[in-house]
Design a protein around this ligand. Structure first.
Ligand code: 26V
Length: 818
């Protein structure tokens, strides 16, 4: 079944011009004379938004009329970036708007930059959620994203004397044209309080959660338009408010101050995104955030379900909920509580519906990132949920006992509760037990998930674990970010690749064609000239666009090994100083990365790169053959400028530690060659591009495991390798930081005496691999061919492929055409 859709808006250039001017006047109360660039950007955005909203209404009508099954993507993070270009492309008015603006003396390129990034996420996990929303809409799948309307997104980063400084990200200061507040769908939830036993209306003595603090959730909707289709889904973000604007009782009791304070506590919940992306710290507010948005979302889903359905048994046929990591896993318990406590449903029936509804995605194997909450904290924040978790666990362990009678060890490792000095709730175990599907995000990661992290669960629930290799949206990561390459591709193989990325295979036949090679590399060069200009204006460093642009852009983390990259830079520098005639292609090393504010070693690595960079960049003897650039404030919009200009993509995590990576896909899609370890999705990238088109280095997972098992001694590697020893010592000396003696000591000591991510063990292999990179880069036709092959063979890594697999293999979800 499908709904009819006809637009009431004039899409012509004059029509759009009028629409923009109307928004300027009636939405912004400005005239064309006094309008600032931001006003024009806002008015143009509002114009695009009108077309999108029209389609959103039609889409929601179609989903309602067909009583379609929907997927709900629950995530604490959505790293959306800017929405301007995406909206114009999806509304199908990119060229028309460009012309309309031109006629008014403006241009899209200038206006685009007025938008503040929507940075409601830390990194890979949050950006994946954003790519998924784009693909869901593009594939006409009925979907809603649920998350938190943070007042402050991921902190803004500045460097002071090479050190990271964090500043608040006040992204809403000037408002955003994209969101629609929906006070009519506000919903009330509670936290804290206690559990009492009371008689219900059927005379049963039952537990009741009472006395909690009431919080109001107010939803903000961001329309999510598909590309080349009428579907427009939405992202619904909850803002926390005090239920009463002003607590008059508190006012009468304690005066104005106390009344406002009450309100402040409620509004703290959606105040700020937690900036840690790996280490779990057990903060009460974080748990409250998780419960708050999940509880609001489930009430919203209930309301929608009840409009078109009668029987709760049908719930799993109409609702699939995907948990983006364990962060929203409390939803499993909340849904059970709603059915069992609030609707009086029998436990078995409630649990059966719950476990047919949820699916869980695991995004990391790092033990320090696995969420655990102490039982006392849970007792304080969610007392009834804690009781329910113990009951879930009791029944779960009874099943374990039935399967493996008397196996105490198995019960201990499979339990949702970790026993110890303080009991802990293991959210990953809760997620596995409460979901019908558990997936990893790359083939290698899923294999390790099954074999290393959850072998007993895999045995207990055969078939529950599955792989869904990550992907990226080609609309943002090729069409929008690289217009030159997009135009060249469409000229060569026609359009259509934007919705069917496998079509890029059509480029392979031109990989050896000298004319196409020079066109392809001319695009790359022009993008590098653009990036060079950005580098010059941002940090005042001149770089040569003919040099090899060697790029590592991602969160700063030890396991990602930016310090391995740094050791290689120092080795090259030293080789050049000792042999000034050394024939190497000039290189620009480009970094961009934020470190979690409390992660001292990561911050030290930033300082080290900045200090070494400053020194090398100023060294006349090097004569611009090496440059080191660290662009501050890494974010989606900056990535969109760096990715199209990269020659080499650094993906050098310790094997087994990077679940997938998605930057690796973005860079390869834009014709950068990868230097990387056999980790995460790199393994599958190699499979696709062929081993002749990638530089693989470092130990394999098996070699890492063997070395750690045998006892890794970084000091041995340090002693055995003269060059390695020299560069490590160089960092540890005060040579690069004379003003701050000792400030890089912790990095150097960490490497020699600890090195948990085997940097020293992989140094030589990495350094050797870079020699092959250098040789390949000097051979221009060869490099061009390899770059083209990378772009041509990235089809698999479209998030459309990923989402297609989630829809058919996990959600059993059908598209609805609008
Ligand atoms: C973990 C935590 C721990 C508690 C504090 C707050 C917080 C916030 C975020 C996270 C997420 C860690 C997991 C993560 O980001 N994984 C990344 O997911 C990407 C998408 O699947 C994947 O490409 C990366 O390899 C993986 O590191």
């Amino acid at each position: 079944e499908s709904a009819q859709f006809t637009s009431a808006i004039d899409h012509s250039v004059p029509g759009l011009k009028k629409l923009i001017k109307n928004h300027l006047k009636f939405s912004l109360a400005r005239d064309t004379q006094t309008a600032s660039r931001r006003d024009w950007w806002l008015a143009t955005s509002k114009a695009a938004q009108s077309l999108i909203i029209e389609r959103m209404i039609a889409t929601q009508t179609a989903h309602h009329r067909t009583n379609a099954k929907r997927v709900y993507y629950f995530s604490l993070e959505f790293l959306m970036g800017r929405l301007f270009s995406n909206s114009l492309y999806s509304a199908g008015i990119f060229d028309e708007i460009e012309l309309a603006l031109q006629e008014m003396g403006l241009d899209t390129e200038t206006l685009r930059k007025e938008e503040y990034d929507m940075a409601l996420g830390n990194g890979g996990l949050g950006r994946l959620a954003a790519c998924f929303l784009d693909s869901l809409a593009t594939l006409d799948l009925p979907a809603v994203g649920y998350g938190i309307h943070y007042q402050y997104g991921l902190f803004k980063q500045e460097f002071r004397n090479g050190h990271q400084v964090e500043l608040p990200d006040a992204w809403l200061t000037y408002g955003t044209p994209w969101e629609i507040v929906r006070p009519e769908h506000s919903t009330e939830v509670q936290v804290f309080g206690q559990v009492e036993n009371v008689f219900d209306d059927r005379g049963n003595y039952v537990p009741r959660w009472t006395g909690g603090k009431k919080i109001l959730g107010v939803p903000y909707d961001i329309p999510i338009p598909g590309f080349g289709t009428n579907t427009v889904n939405f992202l619904r973000l909850w803002e926390s408010r005090a239920p009463e604007e002003f607590d008059f009782e508190a006012f009468n009791r304690g005066g104005y101050g106390e009344a406002v304070r009450e309100k402040n506590v409620s509004e703290t919940i959606s105040k700020v995104l937690y900036p840690n992306d790996k280490t779990e710290s057990g903060k009460e507010l974080r748990l409250v955030q998780q419960y708050f948005f999940v509880a609001c979302s489930l009430r919203d889903i209930f309301r929608r379900f009840r409009k078109d359905n009668e029987a709760w048994e049908d719930f799993p046929e109409k609702v699939a909920i995907q948990l983006n990591d364990t962060h929203p896993a409390i939803a499993i318990v909340e849904l059970l509580r709603l059915f069992h406590d609030e609707y009086g449903m029998a436990w078995e029936k409630a649990w059966s519906i719950v476990t047919k509804t949820f699916a869980y995605t695991n995004h990391t194997l790092l033990p320090e990132a696995l969420e655990k909450w102490s039982v006392p904290l849970f007792q304080k924040v969610l007392p009834r949920h804690l009781q329910l978790i113990f009951e879930i666990n009791k029944r779960h362990l009874e099943q374990v006992e039935a399967k493996w009678p008397g196996d105490v060890h198995r019960k201990r490792v499979l339990s949702i509760i970790e026993e110890g000095h303080v009991q802990m709730v293991r959210m990953a175990h809760l997620s596995v037990v409460g979901s019908f599907s558990v997936n990893g995000v790359a083939a290698l990661h899923t294999q390790l998930l099954k074999a290393e992290l959850f072998p007993e669960f895999d045995e207990m629930f055969p078939g529950k674990f599955n792989n869904k290799t990550n992907g990226i949206t080609p609309r943002r990561w090729l069409l929008a970010c690289n217009p030159r390459l997009s135009t060249l591709i469409s000229k060569k193989i026609g359009t259509g690749w934007e919705r069917d990325l496998d079509k890029l295979r059509g480029l392979e036949q031109y990989a050896n064609d000298p004319d196409f090679q020079s066109e392809f590399m001319a695009v790359k060069h022009a993008n590098k000239v653009d990036l060079a200009r950005i580098i010059k204006t941002q940090i005042g460093i001149s770089v040569n666009p003919a040099a090899l642009f060697d790029v590592q852009i991602k969160r700063l983390h030890e396991y990602k090994r930016q310090h391995l990259n740094l050791l290689h830079i120092l080795a090259l520098y030293r080789r050049l100083l000792q042999n000034p005639d050394l024939d190497i292609a000039p290189r620009v090393f480009i970094f961009s990365a934020k470190a979690a504010p409390g992660y001292d070693l990561a911050k030290c690595i930033i300082k080290a790169i900045n200090s070494v960079g400053t020194h090398i960049n100023a060294d006349k003897r090097i004569n611009d053959r090496l440059k080191v650039v660290f662009l501050p404030n890494y974010r989606v919009s900056l990535a969109q400028r760096i990715v199209p200009a990269a020659d080499l993509s650094e993906q050098i995590s310790t094997a087994g530690k990077e679940a997938s990576g998605t930057g690796n896909m973005k860079l390869a899609l834009n014709g950068a060659l990868t230097i990387g370890t056999l980790d995460g999705a790199n393994v599958e990238i190699r499979e696709e591009v062929g081993e002749e088109n990638i530089f693989i280095c470092g130990m394999t997972v098996e070699e890492v495991t063997a070395l750690v098992k045998k006892g890794y001694r970084p000091h041995d590697f340090y002693m055995a390798n003269e060059e390695l020893r020299a560069v490590v010592d160089w960092i540890g000396s005060n040579y690069f930081t004379p003003d701050e003696p000792g400030c890089l000591r912790m990095l150097c000591d960490n490497l020699i005496y600890n090195d948990p991510f085997l940097v020293l063990a992989d140094f030589q292999s990495y350094s050797d691999s870079h020699k092959l990179v250098d040789a390949a880069f000097k051979d221009k036709p060869r490099w061009a061919k390899m770059a083209i092959m990378n772009t041509a063979r990235m089809g698999k890594f479209s998030s459309d492929r990923t989402i297609g697999q989630y829809a058919s293999e996990i959600w059993k979800l059908d598209p609805v055409k609008v």
